[in-house]
Design a protein around this ligand. Structure first.
Ligand SMILES: NC(=O)CCC(=O)C(=O)O
Length: 260
């Protein structure tokens, strides 16, 4: 499975511009790289314009669902749709929607750990369930940005056999070293691919770190974005490499289930 991460800048609170910009980037990725799966960053529709979410969030995700479904079908690709500001009757969630090549929704995940440092919990409600889904016959899971600091949360779907962790993010530059270290650690401890798509650019409060990463199950970086520029990074994922690493270093078998 060939993966492409679309590392972009995001127009603050302007979903119209973001849709247009990101659709152009997806089409460019398809022409230049012929990926099987495309990954977008966190809150790519609105950015962290939290105080205006009542006005700009996507009611029942309908805007994003329609767009993701028709684009994935037309272009014959899977889209891990980063995340959007998703509003139901009473609450707003930071929600990721994933579509397959037939234009069908195959996963929904709402960020479980909201970052108090960015006051996310004041405007967004936390999700409660993790995600486990098949993309082109590879069992995969997803975490959104701050979630990667909580290894016990990430672990659960790997105990059920997941092989790939997708991570849409808006990770600020001040904690760039954490971004790298945490993603590599999650790949090594779960012996999985990590596909992490971060944004670049700034909003009124933060400058973001770019450096989207694709990491193999040995913990080696196989594709990396720059810190400041928009970029499409790509890599090939080999699910059989996950099995090889799990046989070579059998940490899943060696866990002390009697102790924890
Ligand atoms: N958007 C986020 O969740 C940012 C996470 C972050 O900055 C951190 O964990 O540090």
């Amino acid at each position: 499975m060939k993966i492409a991460c679309i590392q972009v800048d995001i127009h603050y609170g302007d979903h119209k511009k973001n849709y247009e910009h990101i659709e152009n980037k997806i089409r460019e990725a398809v022409v230049q790289h012929q990926p099987d799966t495309i990954v977008l960053p966190e809150l790519w529709d609105t950015g962290y314009d939290l105080t205006r979410l009542d006005e700009i969030s996507d009611k029942n995700g309908e805007r994003a669902k329609h767009w993701l479904s028709s684009l994935s079908k037309e272009l014959d690709i899977n889209i891990v749709g980063g995340s959007i500001a998703y509003r139901d009757e009473n609450e707003v969630f930071n929600t990721s929607l994933t579509y397959n090549r037939n234009g069908e929704e195959i996963a929904t995940y709402s960020k479980a750990h909201l970052i108090t440092l960015m006051e996310e919990e004041k405007y967004i409600s936390p999700g409660k369930n993790n995600a486990l889904f098949m993309i082109d016959s590879t069992l995969s899971t997803l975490a959104i940005c701050y979630d990667i600091r909580f290894p016990e949360w990430i672990r659960a779907p790997f105990l059920k056999g997941a092989k790939v962790l997708f991570v849409p993010a808006e990770w600020p530059i001040q904690r760039q070293s954490h971004w790298r270290a945490l993603l590599i650690a999650r790949a090594i401890e779960n012996q999985c691919y990590v596909v992490a798509c971060n944004r670049v650019g700034s909003d009124p409060k933060n400058t973001f770190a770019g450096q989207s990463l694709i990491i193999d199950p040995w913990g080696d970086i196989i594709a990396e974005g720059s810190v400041h520029d928009e970029e499409i990074i790509t890599a090939e994922i080999l699910p059989e490499l996950v099995d090889e690493v799990r046989v070579k270093v059998p940490v899943f078998n060696d866990r002390r289930r009697d102790l924890y």
